[in-house]
Write a protein that binds this ligand. Structure first.
Ligand code: NAP
Length: 277
C-alpha cells in the first residue's frame, strides 16, 4: 500500500479504516482490531463519533495480538464545532488522547469550517499552537470549500496537510481538487462508497465484472489511482478484508475514464458553507 507524503515530509497510508456510525462499543472495537490485524495501518475517528474509547481499545488489542507497535499506525481524530476557539483546542486534543489511550495523534482535523470566519481562523490558530507546542504529528481540516480555504490561508502561517471531504464516483470535487493540487494539500475522501449506494451503480458493477473484482474494490481502486486517500468503513469482517485487497490489480485508462464520467456534482452530505452541526 502506497503512502502519500505531505508538504512537511510526513507520510500517511493512502487507505485507512473509517469508524463513523460504529457506535456499539464491541462492534467498533472488534472492527478496528480486525482492520489492523488484516493490514490496515490508518484509523480515522472523531470526537463527534462518540467511539474514541472503543477505537482505542481495538488498537490496543491489535497491538497486543501482533508484533506491531504504535509507531506502525497512523491515527486521526477530529475537533468538534463545540470545542472551536483558539483557547479550547489543546484541551479537546488531550481529551481525545485520553479516550483513545494514546499519547499522540498522527493527524488532528477541524471537523467542519463552521459559518463564522473569525471563529474558523481563531480555531486554526489554536491548531497551529497545538502543532508547535505538543506532539501532534500533523494538522488538517475537513469539509473546506476552496473559498473557505483561501480565506483561511490568507490569515494563518501553517497550511493544513489535508482536506477530508465527501468524495465518491458521483461527487468528484473537481474544482476543489484543482485548488488543493495547486496548494500542495492532499484530498482525503469520506464516504468513498457513498455509504453503499455506489455499489449498485451499473457502470461500477460492469467494470467490477470485467476486472473480476467487487464494486467496492473497484471504487476504492479508482480513488487510489486518482491519488486520493480513502477510509472505507465496515462492521463486517469480510468487507473489511475485501476493502483492503485492492493492490493486486490496476484499472485501465478506459475503466478510469468510464468511472470519471459518473460525476453528477451532487453531494448527499451537508453543505459546508451553511453547516453548523
Ligand atoms: N469528516 C467528515 O465530515 C466525515 C463525514 C463522513 C464520514 N467520514 C469518515 O469517512 C469514513 C467513511 O465514510 P462512511 O462511513 O460515511 O461511508 P462509506 O465508507 O462510504 O460506506 C460505509 C457503508 O458501506 C458498507 N460497506 C463497506 N464495505 C462494503 C463492501 N465491501 N461491500 C458492501 N458494503 C460495504 C458498510 O456496511 P457494512 O458495515 O455492512 O460493511 C456501510 O454501510 C467514515 O467512517 C468516517 O471515518 C468523515
Amino acid at each position: 500500500m502506497k503512502n502519500i507524503e505531505f508538504y512537511n515530509g510526513h507520510e500517511m497510508p493512502m487507505l485507512g479504516f473509517g469508524t463513523f456510525e460504529l457506535t456499539d462499543y464491541e462492534t467498533c472495537k472488534n472492527a478496528v482490531k480486525t482492520a489492523i490485524l488484516n493490514g490496515y495501518r490508518h484509523i480515522d475517528t472523531a470526537t463527534r463519533y462518540g467511539n474514541e474509547q472503543a477505537v482505542g481499545e481495538g488498537i490496543q488489542e491489535a497491538l497486543q495480538e501482533s508484533d506491531l507497535t504504535r509507531e506502525d499506525l497512523f491515527v486521526t481524530s477530529k475537533l468538534w464545532l463545540t470545542d472551536y476557539g483558539r483557547a479550547n483546542v489543546e484541551s479537546a486534543y488531550i481529551e481525545s488522547l485520553k479516550k483513545l489511550g494514546l499519547d499522540y495523534l498522527d493527524l488532528y482535523l477541524m471537523h467542519w469550517p463552521g459559518t463564522d470566519e473569525a471563529v474558523m481562523v481563531g480555531t486554526w490558530h489554536g491548531m497551529e499552537d497545538l502543532y508547535k507546542d505538543t506532539n501532534v504529528r500533523n494538522i488538517g481540516v475537513c469539509n473546506f470549500e476552496p473559498e473557505q480555504l483561501e480565506a483561511l490561508l490568507a490569515q494563518v502561517s501553517i497550511k493544513p496537510v489535508i482536506n477530508q471531504v465527501e468524495y465518491h464516483p458521483t461527487f468528484q470535487q473537481r474544482k476543489l481538487s484543482l485548488y488543493l493540487d495547486a496548494q500542495r494539500i492532499y484530498l482525503e475522501s469520506w464516504s468513498s462508497l457513498a455509504r453503499g449506494d455506489a455499489l449498485t451503480n451499473d457502470t461500477i458493477v460492469a467494470v467490477a465484472n470485467e476486472v473480476g473484482k467487487t464494486p467496492a474494490q473497484v471504487i476504492l481502486r479508482w480513488v487510489y489511482q486518482r491519488g486520493v486517500v480513502s477510509i472505507p468503513r465496515s462492521a463486517n469482517p469480510e468487507h473489511i478484508k475485501e476493502n483492503i485487497d485492492i493492490f493486486d490489480f490496476e484499472l485501465s485508462e478506459a475503466h478510469m475514464e468510464r468511472m470519471n464520467q459518473l460525476d453528477t456534482d451532487q453531494r448527499f452530505g451537508p453543505d459546508p458553507t451553511t453547516y453548523e452541526g
